[in-house]
Design a binder for this molecule. Structure first.
Ligand code: NAD
Length: 491
């Protein structure tokens, strides 16, 4: 049995150049289950960020020039240290992030695999040998970029932070991480502790935390500083747009993984028991605060009532409350701002005629699992990412209508299709405007070696496996002439 008691961590400062450096100012990091202070966190300035970038730059050459297998071994060491300290991460994710214990355990297990998959990248081919018109020896070869800036969100602080930098680090880049102000420990300073213990050389990995008030200045420094060669961002579409635009102005690489408004489609020949169970998980796991959460259930008219009976019976059993009570599968939303936003989306829908089939109650930072039907495009909830424990359910009459409903969003992260006819469901999956589609499963799926990412307003770029290399390496054409190149006689 893991000991995941929710005790406050010791915060020693920013993690820069292998040292813990206190800052002049700190900010409060709250436990969203009761709004008590979980920790006081360093509130960095742009000057602190500049110092971290300079330190990462100074460490770059040595790190990039190490034999690749040394970096691979260190990735495996990180995985081992991470695994040994899994209970500490789980406790932090529950207290600081408001997550249910099962989610914390899942995340803790996943992160170790992210580093193992990153280690494997070190052994892959780094390029191609090309034919030459002039009999040159020519190659297309990947090189690390230099300093990579990583900006991570709060909802999966372990997975999304590690996914944001592990591949970049493994192939020889150095890192400056700016975690979310809502999970600055679990998604930030905790990684400093782990990588320090694993023996990552000083300066190769740095963590700069700051409050939401300071993030404009600190974030601008990270993006605009010429020593930073790429930005790895996971977060909302609004902030991601700003970051991508800024990166564009500086002609800097960026990989941005953003929001979603994901549908699960249930055809009339689906296994309804399995679909109802999957929908319950996809809609409500971690209070719906996953970019891939099932936000819209699209159900064939012929099986709508039968599906709803099964789905509501399951959803009704989920208990909501403080994460220190293990019987609560549904914890709080991450902060009061988010809780009020989700409640406002429910109120707007109900005021415009939506029916509450389940839940609807909200208190403190909690919102009960809520199921809304009779929704339409006039309601904000049809278009806006809810990022809460709320799912809408709509009927469709044929495949074309279901595809149109799925695609009726600016987002395009994941989709799910249920049918016992695999060929029919696969054919439909091919026609959905999303980066990811699953047949006979719900929307929340990820593995460290797959190309994860969205289309439309859900992002640009892919994380995972060899696809991460496009974002975090520079592909160069290098030639060696052996006397075969001819020039005009005039020269
Ligand atoms: P957010 O966009 O508010 O914040 C994300 C990060 O950006 C945080 O670290 C924040 O401090 C930072 N940030 C904010 N303003 C900034 C600025 N001006 N300059 C630099 N950095 C800045 O998102 P969030 O609330 O932390 O996360 C929830 C959102 O993330 C949801 O929209 C969710 O769908 C999305 N998300 C996407 C994925 C994916 O893989 N596609 C995964 C998880 C979450």
């Amino acid at each position: 049995m893991l000991d995941t008691a929710q005790t406050a961590p010791t915060i020693r400062g920013l993690y820069i150049g292998g040292q813990w450096t206190p800052t002049a100012r700190t900010f409060e990091d709250l436990n969203p289950s009761d709004n008590t202070v979980y920790a006081r966190i360093p509130d960095a300035s742009a000057a602190d960020m500049r110092r971290a970038i300079d330190t990462a730059q100074a460490a770059f050459r040595d790190w990039a020039d190490r034999p690749f297998h040394e970096r691979a071994h260190l990735m495996l060491k990180i995985a081992d240290v991470w695994e040994r300290r899994a209970p500490d991460f789980c406790a932090a994710a529950m207290a600081e992030g408001g997550g249910w214990k099962g989610k914390g355990l899942f995340e803790a297990g996943y992160v170790a695999e992210v580093f193992r998959a990153a280690s494997a990248l070190c052994y892959q081919s780094i390029g191609d040998v090309l034919p030459s018109e002039h009999k040159k020896f020519m190659m297309a070869t990947r090189f690390p970029l230099g300093v990579v800036g990583v900006i991570s969100p709060w909802n999966m602080p372990g997975i999304l932070t590690s996914r944001g930098f592990a591949a970049a680090l493994a192939v020889g880049n150095t890192i400056v991480l700016k975690p979310s102000e809502d999970t600055p420990y679990a998604g930030g300073l905790y990684f400093g502790e782990i990588l320090a213990e694993a023996g990552i050389p000083a300066g190769v990995f740095n963590v700069v935390t700051c409050s939401r008030d300071s993030v404009g200045a600190v974030g601008d420094e990270l993006i605009s500083n010429p020593r930073v060669k790429a930005i790895s961002f996971t977060g909302s579409t609004a902030v991601g747009r700003h970051i991508a635009a800024k990166c564009g102005a500086y002609l800097k690489k960026c990989c941005v993984e953003l929001g979603g408004k994901d549908s699960m489609i249930v055809l009339e020949d689906a296994d309804l028991d399995a679909a109802a169970r999957a929908a319950n998980f996809g809609s409500f796991m971690h209070q719906g605060q996953v970019c891939m959460s099932t936000e819209k259930l699209l159900i064939h008219d012929k099986v709508y009532d039968a599906f709803m009976d099964k789905f509501l019976a399951r959803a009704r059993k989920l208990k909501t409350g403080h994460t220190n009570d293990p019987s609560n599968t549904i914890g709080p939303l991450v902060n009061t701002r988010q809780a009020l936003r989700v409640k406002a989306l429910i109120d707007d829908a109900v005021a415009k005629g939506a029916r509450v089939d389940l839940g609807g109650r909200a208190w403190d930072n909690f919102v009960e699992p809520t199921v809304l039907s009779q929704v339409d495009a006039s309601m904000s909830i049809w278009n806006d990412e809810t990022f809460g424990p709320v799912v809408t359910v709509s009927r469709f009459r044929d495949e074309e209508e279901a595809i149109a409903m799925n695609n009726d969003t600016e987002y395009g992260l994941t989709a799910a299709v249920w049918s016992r006819n695999e060929a029919r469901a696969l054919d439909m999956a091919m026609r959905l405007e999303t980066g990811i589609a699953h047949v006979n499963c719900q929307n929340i799926n990820d593995e460290p070696h797959v190309p994860f990412g969205g289309v439309k307003a859900s992002g640009v770029g892919r994380y995972g496996g060899r696809w991460s290399l496009d974002a975090f390496t520079e592909l160069r054409w290098i030639t060696l002439d052996r006397g075969g190149r001819h020039f005009p006689p005039q020269f």
